[in-house]
Design a protein around this ligand. Structure first.
Ligand code: HEM
Length: 534
């Protein structure tokens, strides 16, 4: 027995020594700069994924090692717009890495995002595009507005007393935005009202928090060599285990989505049988109606519908809520920007009802610039979207990378690249607006250059399918809110802000801090609202 243990220990040490030597001297990435520990092991990135500061750590590595760094034995990350375009364009010889396979609930839960298969992704993408056409995005405006109007009412009056005076109680925008966006997605996806923004108990209110727990647990695992094991073990019993021990809120959420899909399928069948036109063309309507182009039969079965519906509600809500929290953070910290935006909105629209998809909203260039600036500084996915180089390899920034290597560009660092932006940590929406005026001179070419480097919605075949919807939604939320109300930072609160004690890369009190768990986790800002004066 003792001999067996000894032999096992010897084999393990021999394995460690040979992989270390291989990683240091023979691996295709052996010449790429990076900390010694990262070149031999994934432990450093696992540690930072656990601490949820992996995005800050990577930013620090770029300051030390330059614009390319080996963050793990098989992973090279870049901090340039050129690399981003090389990696994520439609012609890039890459596919999504195994990272994506780790997130599905079980074998039936393969959605458009959580698969590394190019074929599965391309099929789903073709089928889902119709749900995000210009027509459906335009139609969604009225539903978004309805939720924003109620949200505005609550922001102003909920819990307010005569004693609290003109200003509302302090609102944690991270939570308030979560509820608003979750309700909007419920409506756009299912034509249902989740009512999470309403006061009082509602078990659906806990879902965004439950998903934060889920990503907090899963994300670190995806940053270790255990990822391979995880993906292998999932269809072999691990998925069942995870489902059994998942928080009750997540189980409630899945059950809820399943019920919604079941009901909708029944209603759609009945409508078809009665020959009625659809009352509402929400996302589920398009998914149910999608036909396989080869067979002409229904494209999505029940389980696939549930998987896609789940993703849409989550991918669409968390990301948009992060960006909205970021916008409010910067507005209450940058008075100059706030006042300029307020004037644009209040001068463009004579009533909040006018704030709807259309030419007036599109004419609000400063509003759009504020959103771009927030997407740059507070990206909803702060790190890289990992891609695996395919057979034949590829060139990035003119250098060759071998098949099997993982590559990416982290959004948090790219948005703070001084070479790209000059004053990278300053919230300056004007950088997105071309101007020929002498005081604000900003050539068109300069704006095009930085736009080519902003990829918070990602790029190429796997870019965000909901980006037009998200832009419309955020524009309506911000414009309607600022038309009706003045906003200010709740006195004495600095939740979400950078701070000296947070260390290198997090010291600026005028920057919104995020935590990284693939998606961004966040708190604050604490904001107060007051009805606008006459
Ligand atoms: C500010 C808001 C948003 C941001 C910043 C954002 C960002 C992103 C990013 C970076 C990706 C690529 C993820 C990856 O490759 O790992 C993505 C994909 C996706 N997003 Fe968004 N998103 C936003 C809003 C939305 C909305 C409103 C929806 C729909 C309701 C949506 C649905 C999706 C879907 C379905 C995918 C997968 C697309 C594919 O694989 O082809 N997103 N998003």
């Amino acid at each position: 027995m003792g001999l067996v243990i000894l032999a096992g220990a010897f084999a393990f040490v021999a394995y460690l020594v040979t992989t270390t030597i291989y990683n240091l001297y023979f691996h295709p990435l052996s010449k790429v700069p990076g900390p010694f520990l990262c070149r031999i092991s994934s432990l450093p990135q696992f540690y930072h994924a656990c601490k949820q500061d992996r995005h800050i750590w990577l930013w620090q590595l770029f300051q030390i090692y330059g614009s390319k760094v080996r963050a793990a034995p098989n992973l090279v990350l870049f901090n340039s717009a050129e690399a981003y375009n090389n990696i994520y364009s439609s012609r890039s010889n890459v596919k999504r890495s195994k990272f994506y396979d780790a997130w599905s609930r079980n074998e039936d839960d393969i959605n458009i995002l959580m698969t590394s298969s190019k074929e599965i992704h391309a099929r789903k993408r073709r089928l889902m595009n119709s749900a995000f056409s210009e027509k459906s995005v335009t139609a969604s405006g009225a539903f978004i507005a309805k939720h924003v109007d109620r949200w505005n009412e609550l922001l102003l009056h909920e819990g307010a007393t005569k004693e609290s005076g003109q200003w509302s109680p302090a609102r944690d925008i991270a939570t308030w935005a979560n509820h608003l966006v979750f309700d909007i997605l419920g409506d756009l996806c299912f034509g249902a009202d989740f009512r999470t923004k309403e006061p009082g108990p509602n078990k659906l209110k806990k879902i965004p928090d439950a998903f934060d727990i889920f990503v907090t647990f899963t994300y670190p695992i995806t940053k270790t060599p255990m990822l391979e094991w995880l993906v292998w073990l999932k269809p072999r019993g691990l998925s069942k285990l995870i489902e059994t021990f998942a928080p009750q809120e997540i189980k409630d959420h899945y059950a809820f989505i399943e019920d919604m899909v079941t009901e909708r399928l029944k209603a759609e069948k009945q409508r078809e049988a009665e020959g009625r036109a659809p009352e509402r063309e929400d996302m589920l309507h398009f998914l149910i109606a999608a036909k396989d182009p080869e067979t002409g039969k229904t494209a999505f079965g029940f389980k696939e519908l549930v998987a896609e519906a789940n993703l849409l509600v989550l991918a669409g809500s968390d990301t948009t809520a992060t960006t909205l929290s970021g916008i409010f953070f910067y507005l209450v910290h940058e008075e100059r920007v706030y006042k300029k935006l307020l004037s644009e909105i209040r001068e463009t629209f004579s009533s909040p009802d006018e704030i709807m998809h259309g030419s007036k909203l599109s004419s609000c260039t400063y509003l759009r610039a504020c959103i771009y600036e927030t997407l740059r500084l507070a990206p909803a996915a702060p790190c890289e979207m990992p891609r695996e180089v395919l057979e034949g390899g590829m060139k990035i920034e003119g250098e060759f990378y071998a098949p099997g290597v993982e590559v990416g560009t982290p959004h948090w660092s790219l948005g703070r690249n001084e070479l790209q932006y000059g004053d990278a940590t300053t919230f300056r929406p004007e950088r997105w607006i071309p101007s020929e005026e002498i005081e604000t001179l900003n050539p068109k070419e300069e704006v095009s250059r930085i736009k080519r480097g902003l990829h918070t919605f990602s790029n190429g075949p796997g870019d965000c399918i909901g980006q037009k919807l998200a832009m419309l939604e955020m524009s309506i939320v911000v414009a309607r809110t600022l038309w009706r109300m003045d906003v200010r930072l709740a006195p004495g609160h600095d939740v979400g802000a950078g701070d000296n004690k947070l260390g290198w890369g997090c010291r600026n009190p005028r920057e919104y801090m995020l935590r990284d768990a693939y998606i961004a986790l966040r708190e604050g800002p604490m904001v107060q609202f007051a009805a606008r004066g006459p």
